[in-house]
Design a protein around this ligand. Sequence first.
Ligand code: SF4
Length: 286
Amino acid sequence: MKVTLEIDSSSGFCPGVVRAVRQAEEYLALHGSLNSLGPIVHNSLEIDRLKAKGLRIVDLDSLDNISGGMLLIRAHGEPPSTYAAAAARGITLIDCTCPVVLRLQKEVRKAFFRMENVGGTVVIFGKHGHAEVNGLVGQTEGDAVVIANADDISRVDFSKPIELFSQTTKDPVEYEMLADIMRSRGKDVTVHDTICAQVSTRHESLVNFARNHSMILFISGRQSSNGKVLFELCKSVNPRSWWIEEASQVDLAWIHEGDSIGICGATSTPSWQLEEAMATLSSILK
Ligand code: SF4
C-alpha cells in the first residue's frame, strides 16, 4: 500500500518529563533501584522500560516501607504534606518537580495568603485528583476550589474576590472560555496565565500537523490528561484521528491507499515510541 508517514517534530516528552526521566536513569545507573512516588510519566511502556532498570512505583500509603530510603518526586510536584511525611521517615528526596510547576505552586501559595486576608477564594482549573492539582491545592491548605469544567463553576462564591489558576497542561482555549464565564459572574476575578508554554505552543503546531495529514495516529497512555486534551484537539480538526497506546493496536482497516499518516503524541509520549510506531508501520505497509 502506498502511504506516507511523518512524525510530528513537536511531539515527545516535554522538558519537565525529560528532566525527571534523566535524573531517574542517572540514579538507577549508579544504584540499581529507586522509588518513584507515582508513575514518573503516564505512559505504561516507558514505565515498563524504567522498571526493568530498577524503578519501583510507590504510593503515599507505603512510605513507611521505604523509611530512610530514596524517593523521586515527579515533574507534577507534590503538596507540602508529602515533604513533611518524607522528612518524618528520614526519606531522601530526588525532587524532579518541573521548575514551571514549582513557580506555579509559589504563585498559588501567595494568592492563598492574599485571598485569606479578604475572605476570597483560590480557584484551580484542573483534573480532580491529578497529582499536579493536589500539589496546588496543598499550597492553599486544602482551601482551593477545583473546577474541572463549566458545570463546576456553580460551586464558586462570586460575592468575594477570586484568583483563578490553571493546571499547566490544560487546553488554553477551554481555560479562556471558563475565565470569561467567571469574569462575567464576579466583580473581582483575577485570571493568572499559568498554562505551560510548552503545552500552548504544542496546541497550535498540533492543529496544523493534524490538518496537513489525511489520518492521524495519536500515541499516548490512556491515563494521560494531556493526552486526552491533545487527542481531542487532533480529532476536532481531523475526524480520521485514532488514539492508540502502541503500534500493535493499529487496525489496518483505518488506512486508505494514498494516505498521508501523521504520527504524534502527548507530552508524556517518548520519542522512541513514535519512532517505533513509524518503523512498525513502514514494515507492515511496504
Ligand atoms: S508540561 Fe510544562 S509544566 Fe508540565 S512538566 Fe512539562 S514542561 Fe513542566
